[in-house]
Ligand binder design. Structure first.
Ligand code: GDP
Length: 534
């Protein structure tokens, strides 16, 4: 058991979040480089080139040059076993991103130093804040003209309502970027040369009290400015408090340049020390420690066809406690039956490997013959754990999707149902119509393109799609009510989900107000209160 404890203790599982183009991929790549997991930078994702892409798996991603799904990478560094959850930055895939954040124990927020907080960062931050997980900030691209560092940290504090603690401080920016000052050591790491980061940068260390050497490294002007900035910083900033960091109330801030490989390893080392080992999870009124001997995990993501040759479907499980052993029989709580997790695998940089054991904190992908749904719990036989907390976000765009070829009725139904189980889309039915016509709801409109692409390429089905103007969806909570008898505005539609629950979709808030006004006693509830989507 001691070994298992040690294994769990050294695990660090985190998500990297950012607005597109802030440098998330570049930073991830540098982490892997330090971990020895990849041989050269530039191997993770090729946006416009033909380099092999680890995080991108679907053709549509290549075409659009964006990362549609999140992927998981595991590597070793400095005695730690690191699981990085990559999240798509594109706003249309936010739901997938949110779910991924449920599987992380902390988050690294990458911010472009010239831009500061951007819309996507703001949204993602909110999800992290909701879970009170530690959030680390990496302010990137300091080799370019950047905003004043005081301004940047001020913005973080004001907008996000958290404290910040600058662990290092930039010396200039753009062409005048000379390196970073490390507050814990009171010394600088001078930027000795620019290069594209294909190897490690050591930098030149120098104690800031060594004026002469400082001047020769960064010049007297930059030194004087740094000294006065540090005085200001030491006087005004929050004190470092690990407890606050670990509960998401104080964000350690680092400045650097991912592309130039500067400040990255220093960041990684400190981050690993400050962040937490796997966190506890809640099942009903029980708190399950990661060190609990009983294995337990939940499904946070389902992904189809990662490997086109195999047409497979993979359920990603976050292990919450204990040790996973390949070949053992576990219990699938929602299905109420035993389950063998077949072909368990982890992503090791660019390779998918079959794993025999995995520990709390790890993410494993298992072959899914269509039995899992997002949020499902897997645990030891005889246990009845049930992890909550995978939110389903209310769709904001709707369309009627109707099959064209009646010979392909089965494939159509199978396709929309399976894709809905993965959580990429929500499907609804209009009472009285069959499976040949469904109302599809999505969080981001790009998901409609993904649906079309996958229906054609995986299920061989084409369909007609008609966009609906509806934007809001509510459950009808009155069990004994016949929705056909409700007085509704003409545009309001009554639909049912796969479990037969009644919902209404509305074009705008005024329609909801109208329905509530005209139907006394009608009870409507928000869609995202429901945690079991499909
Ligand atoms: P992502 O969309 O957040 O994954 O961003 P990428 O890592 O793909 O980076 C977006 C662009 O910014 C790419 O062209 C990178 O080469 C560039 N970039 C990333 N980090 C830096 C940096 O530190 N300095 C500069 N100048 N460019 C960077």
């Amino acid at each position: 058991m001691a070994d298992i404890k040690q294994e769990i203790q050294r695990r660090r599982t985190f998500a990297i979040i950012s607005h597109p183009d802030a440098g998330k991929t570049t930073l991830t790549e540098k982490f892997l480089l330090y971990g020895g997991a990849i041989q050269s930078a530039g191997a993770v994702k090729g946006k416009s080139s033909d380099r092999h892409a680890t995080s991108d798996w679907m053709e549509i991603e290549k075409k659009r040059g964006i990362s549609v799904t999140s992927s998981v990478l595991q590597f070793e560094y400095g005695g730690y076993c690191i699981n990085i959850l990559d999240t798509p930055g594109h706003q249309d895939f936010s739901e997938d991103t949110y779910r991924t954040l449920m599987a992380a124990d902390s988050a690294v927020m990458v911010i472009d130093g010239a831009k500061g907080i951007e819309p996507q960062t703001r949204k993602l931050f909110k999800v992290c804040a909701m879970r009170h997980i530690p959030i680390f900030t990496f302010i990137n691209k300091m080799d370019r003209e950047a905003r004043d560092p005081f301004d940047l940290v001020d913005e973080l504090e004001k907008e996000f309502g958290i404290g910040t603690y600058a662990v290092n401080w930039p010396i200039g920016c753009g062409a005048g970027f000379k390196g970073v000052y490390e507050r814990d050591r009171r010394s600088i790491l001078a930027f000795d040369e620019f290069h594209a980061g294909r190897r490690r940068i050591e930098g030149v260390e120098c104690d800031i009290s060594d004026t002469e050497r400082m001047d020769s490294l960064i010049g007297s002007y930059a030194r004087e400015e740094l000294v006065s900035q540090i005085e200001l910083l030491d006087g005004a900033s929050f004190d470092f408090d690990l407890q606050k960091v670990r509960t998401g109330r104080l964000s350690p801030v680092f400045f650097g340049s991912a592309l130039n490989n500067f400040g990255v390893e220093a960041f990684l080392q400190r981050f690993l020390k400050m962040t937490t080992p796997p966190l506890e999870h809640i099942s009903g009124d029980e708190i399950i420690s990661p060190f609990d001997e009983r294995f337990s995990a939940f499904v946070f993501k389902i992904q189809a066809n990662m490997n086109k040759a195999h047409r497979d479907r993979i359920a990603f499980l976050r292990i919450c406690s204990g040790q996973f052993e390949r070949g053992r029989e576990y219990w699938h709580v929602q299905a109420d039956r035993p389950v063998k997790l077949s072909q368990p695998q982890q992503m090791m940089a660019q390779e998918r490997e079959i794993v025999d054991t995995a520990y709390a904190g790890d993410i494993i992908g298992v072959f899914d013959p269509g039995i899992f749904s997002i949020g499902d719990t897997v645990c030891e036989k005889g246990e009845k754990l049930r992890y909550a907390g995978i939110p389903t976000f209310a769709p904001e765009h709707f369309a009627v999707v109707e099959q064209i070829d009646s010979m392909k009725r089965k494939q159509f139904a199978k396709g929309v149902t399976e894709i809905a189980q993965e959580g990429a889309i929500q499907i609804f039915f209009e009472p009285g119509t069959g499976m040949e016509r469904v109302v599809v709801g999505v969080v981001g409109v790009l998901q409609f393109d993904v649906l079309q692409f996958r229906m054609e390429s995986e299920y061989g089905v084409r369909y007609n799609k008609r966009d609906l103007p509806h934007q809001l969806i509510r459950y009808i909570d009155n069990a004994d009510l016949n929705p056909a008898e409700l007085k509704l505005m003409q545009t309001t539609r009554w639909v049912q989900d796969v479990r037969g629950r009644n919902l209404l979709i509305f074009v705008g808030q005024y329609e909801i107000d109208w329905a509530l006004d005209k139907n006394p006693g009608l009870m409507l509830s928000e869609f995202n209160q429901n945690t079991d989507a499909v």
